[in-house]
Design a protein around this ligand. Structure first.
Ligand SMILES: C[S@@+](CC[C@H](N)C(=O)[O-])C[C@H]1O[C@@H](n2cnc3c(N)ncnc32)[C@H](O)[C@@H]1O
Ligand SMILES: [Zn+2]
Length: 391
């Protein structure tokens, strides 16, 4: 029955019957020729559009407008409805795009994207290339003489894991280019399915209050390993967890030395469930100073998540009011860009004493907030000292 209803929905969409009677989707001045959705977006939608990802798109526009790269070859191998591409064409500063390549394997993609350009009064010039291919084939088909990569910006925004597209996108991103990766398979990275983490991300996961940070860092390392095999060093310039997804922007710099630097920053995170101490190590079998055997997560990326200058510029020049609070927290967090955090609720429960207001705690512990948790703080002070200062 469900399958029948779904087929009917697909037929109605393709005949544009639904379109005629229902309000269309608009986002930041861009109109899509599809009816607004009542239920959660899903993989089998005839044209995929997810309103929750508006923030993801806002931040990609802000980031590209905040870096100096111009005349870019931009690739959207998994374009979906085309909303990100249409917004790039309208909202990226003049001179940013040399050519934008949009690709999706959906059968009617060329038609729907061409129509979307017309609907939004955008011209189909030579700087817009519309492709209807498998994403990897599309990426690898753009040739360069030196095999150093063709694109200055690649945006991988899949359903679930980005794994199937990593090798091709990493190999096709140019020196000083940006690789943007979204992953929505958060359960596989945050300890719900540890065997899945092993298979897909070559690491051990743990469900703890820090699972979103450790999941993000595990994903970063996985992408970096893909780059290192091509002597491409991928350094995160902005990484975060939001809603149901992880998002990372890497800058690509070539060279064996840079790759060696990256590898040195792949370590285990050690976490003590008895006293809440955490640290990093090349080894995964160590004992906490309280006598308990550490639990371990990783290997994962222990380097920086943010380029402080970039996030400061982004927070300052942000044109999207709904993102301001989030960007301000990222900016604050970038000033103490260290591995792991403490959660005030977890400390309170474990040590059984009331902790005061967030603002006074931040002052006492020379700490900053973290976007990973509303009650989380980042500080260089260790747990013993934290308890002494807060009691
Ligand atoms: C999550 S949607 C993309 C959303 C889009 N980036 C946005 O901002 O709205 C994923 C898209 O990838 C397409 N897709 C999935 N696997 C693909 C593949 N192997 N090659 C090309 N397109 C693919 C699907 O048809 C779908 O439209
Ligand atoms: Zn301990």
């Amino acid at each position: 029955m469900n399958r029948f209803l779904f087929n009917l929905e697909e037929v109605l969409y393709s005949l544009f019957i639904i379109n005629l009677s229902m309000p269309k989707i608009t986002e930041q001045g861009v109109t899509l020729n599809i009816a607004s959705i009542k239920k959660d977006p899903h993989k089998k939608m005839p044209i995929f559009y997810n309103p929750v990802m508006k923030s993801n798109r806002n931040i990609s526009i802000l980031l590209l407008n905040s870096i100096s790269n111009t005349k870019m070859h931009v690739a959207l191998p998994l374009t979906g409805s085309g909303i990100r591409a249409l917004r790039f064409l309208r909202e990226l500063k003049k001179g940013k795009i040399d050519t934008i390549f949009v690709n999706d394997k959906k059968a009617d993609f060329v038609n729907t994207f061409t129509q979307a350009l017309t609907t939004n009064n955008l011209k189909k010039t030579n700087s817009v290339k519309i492709c209807n291919d498998d994403a990897n084939h599309f990426l690898l088909n753009q040739h360069t003489d030196d095999f150093c990569g063709y694109f200055d910006y690649i945006d991988i925004d899949p359903f679930g894991t980005p794994n199937p597209f990593l090798s091709a996108s990493v190999s096709q991103v140019k020196r000083n280019g940006i690789l943007a990766i979204t992953a929505t398979d958060t359960a596989a990275l945050t300890g719900t399915y540890p065997r899945s983490t092993k298979r897909k991300y070559w690491a051990t996961s743990l469900k703890s209050y820090m699972m979103h940070e450790t999941g993000l860092r595990t994903l970063i390392r996985k992408v970096q390993l893909q780059g290192i095999q091509f002597d491409k060093a991928l350094t995160p310039i902005l990484s975060y967890h939001k809603d149901h997804y992880f998002r990372i922007y890497f800058k690509q710099e070539s060279g064996k030395e840079r790759c060696d630097e990256i590898i040195k920053q792949h370590k285990y995170m050690l976490y003590c469930p008895s006293c809440l101490n955490h640290t990093t190590s090349h080894f995964n079998k160590e004992t906490c100073s309280c006598g308990t055997q550490f639990l371990f997560i990783g290997p994962l990326w222990i380097g920086k998540l943010f380029d402080t200058k970039l996030i400061t510029t982004m927070a300052k020049n942000n044109p999207f009011p709904e993102e301001q609070k989030f960007l301000d927290v990222l900016k604050e967090e970038s000033k103490k860009d260290i591995v792991g955090f403490y959660d005030l609720h977890v400390i309170e429960k474990k040590y059984k004493f009331p902790i005061g207001k967030m603002d006074s705690v931040l002052k006492k512990l020379k700490a900053v907030r973290t976007h990973f948790s509303l009650t989380g703080i980042k500080t260089n002070i260790n747990i013993k000292e934290i308890i002494r200062l807060l009691k």
